[in-house]
Design a protein around this ligand. Structure first.
Ligand SMILES: Cc1cc2nc3c(=O)[nH]c(=O)nc-3n(C[C@H](O)[C@H](O)[C@H](O)COP(=O)(O)OP(=O)(O)OC[C@H]3O[C@@H](n4cnc5c(N)ncnc54)[C@H](O)[C@@H]3O)c2cc1C
Length: 478
């Protein structure tokens, strides 16, 4: 079996590791990626030390269900150096986490070679995949015009770079893609008034890193919703026993399908284990949607040690059970959830307390402000103007911190996706993303069609990689 993996980011690492652990057969693996920073993908390449991982170690393990895998790699000394006192856990720069991914990938490839697999990395972008040999094989074409045969293809191409919602590409002073911040922020004059588009985790990275570089100008987070991510709570090592994939599957069998009410029932049972009230929990959650963001930030930062498990369970299961449960829900229930998209994203992908504290300091000093209801950002003489519900805002620099939604086709991947659609190897899902139409094709990560609206995290791509390995050998050639 010749497996081709397109893309060498976290999803590919999870897949290779699962393959190495599984003991699956023997054959050949070729990984394609033009990036100079193999195995790190978009988030985990070299960058400023202020660009931190957004989650505690148990959640950053690329080996599916092995919650200690990353923590063991990090080891006690590095863990102590990077310990975040508020979280009570180590939080490392994302570049260091990238070294973990690279080490894990290299170890997986070495283990596979020991078992007789041949492995190869091709530093080139794949621009097309098509059937060959009368449909018996698949052929990948790289941008240098070479063809590469394969029996199975795993697409691990990630989510791509931010979209340019305001058409500012090429305007001096506009940063279209902030990563690596070591490069993009290096061009921002210290006294410049900076407007950051977005108020999610990337916007937090930008504001915190500007401050860490000693930025003196005003920083404004400009967004439609004005919703900041929630703040991580200190991990308690609690593992859900009711809101699990197994219980979702059982509930589905019992009721002949899954509804949002079934999921709520599982969450209610989970909370009952620790004596927490479901109605109180949901009321508090929904109230966050209308609470003044800085007030909420301050309040959440003060209770990172709150022993209640509700938010922790929801945060974790949104990534682990969520992608599976989402596909089983009827469309009206999905629509109900979509209406809470900003709140759900804010809960599912919280900011680490050290960043929350830095943000709060910036807000309290008056250097950082937030503008909700932005509708238009225009280049004007000598800078930019932000127009929205309130007063217009002037800025010298605009940093785009809005990531593409999951299931969006990355721009750089369009020729490849077009070739898959043209050859009938895949179709586009009605609500976005790609669905394989041939059992030899697999999509791992955010591009997988019909998935939820929450961007996948490390546990999500690790789970998807492990699932893919289970079905890889079963595919029939067609
Ligand atoms: C800025 C940022 C920070 C994040 N931080 C965290 C965090 O702290 N914790 C967490 O759990 N999750 C985090 N996430 C979410 C998640 O971990 C990442 O999205 C994860 O890296 C996804 O991995 P991936 O392999 O699917 O995609 P990517 O990491 O984007 O990798 C895709 C790779 O595919 C390659 N590629 C694309 N097209 C082609 C092609 N045609 N041919 C060959 N190669 C191609 C690219 O060069 C790239 O290397 C973060 C996401 C972002 C964007």
């Amino acid at each position: 079996m010749h497996i081709a993996i397109i893309g060498a980011g976290a999803a590919a690492v999870g897949l290779l590791d699962a393959l190495a652990v599984s003991g699956t057969g023997m054959g050949e693996i070729t990984v394609f990626d033009p990036s100079p920073h193999l195995w790190r993908g978009r988030p985990y390449g070299p960058d400023l030390d202020s660009v931190l991982v957004n989650a505690p170690p148990a959640i950053m393990s690329i080996r599916h269900l092995d919650f200690e895998h990353y923590a063991s790699w990090l080891g006690p000394e590095r863990a102590a150096v990077h310990r975040d006192d508020l979280l009570g856990q180590p939080l490392v720069p994302r570049a260091l986490y990238g070294a973990y991914l690279a080490d894990t990938a290299e170890a997986a490839l070495a283990a596979l070679r020991e078992r007789g697999w041949r492995t190869r990395v091709v530093a080139a972008r794949v621009v097309a995949v098509a059937r060959s040999g009368g449909g018996l094989r698949l052929a990948l074409r790289t941008e240098d015009g070479h063809d590469h045969p394969a029996d199975r293809v795993a697409l691990c191409v990630g989510g791509g770079t931010p979209q340019d919602h305001y058409g500012l590409g090429g305007v001096p002073g506009f940063v279209g893609d902030p990563y690596p911040l070591a490069n993009s922020l290096g061009h921002v004059p210290a006294a410049a008034d900076v407007a950051v588009i977005g108020s999610g985790l990337t916007a937090v990275d930008v504001a915190v890193s500007l401050a860490a570089r000693g930025h003196a100008g005003r920083i404004t987070l400009v967004s439609r919703s004005g919703m900041l991510p929630h703040v991580w709570q200190r991990p308690l090592g609690h593992r859900p026993v009711h809101l699990t994939a197994e219980r979702v599957e059982a509930s589905c069998r019992e009721h002949g399908g899954l509804t949002l009410d079934d999921l709520a029932g599982l969450l209610r049972a989970e909370l009952a284990e620790t004596g927490e009230d479901f109605a109180d929990f949901t009321a508090e959650l929904l109230a966050a949607g209308s609470e003044e963001p800085v007030r909420r930030l301050r309040r959440q930062l003060a209770v990172v040690g709150d022993p209640r498990i509700g938010r922790r369970v929801l945060q974790e299961t949104a990534h682990t059970v969520g992608p599976y449960a989402w596909r089983l829900l009827p469309e009206p229930d999905r629509e109900r959830l979509r209406r809470h998209f900003r709140l759900a994203t804010s809960v599912a992908s919280p900011m680490v307390p050290v960043n929350a504290a830095a943000l709060l300091r910036l807000f309290e000093s008056g250097q950082l402000t937030m503008v909700a209801g932005a509708r238009k950002i225009e280049a004007v003489k000598g800078g930019f103007q932000v127009r929205g519900d309130g007063d217009n805002l002037d800025a010298d620099v605009v940093v785009n911190a809005v990531n593409p939604p999951p299931q969006a086709v990355p721009r750089a991947t369009e020729p490849l996706i077009t070739s898959l659609l043209t050859d009938g190897l895949a179709t586009l899902h009605l609500s976005g993303g790609l669905v394989p139409a041939d059992p030899r094709l697999h999509v791992v990560g955010d591009l997988a069609g019909g998935g939820p609206f929450i961007t996948s995290s490390i546990p999500g791509v690790a789970a998807a990689g492990a699932r893919t390995v289970r079905v890889l050998p079963a595919a029939h050639t067609g």
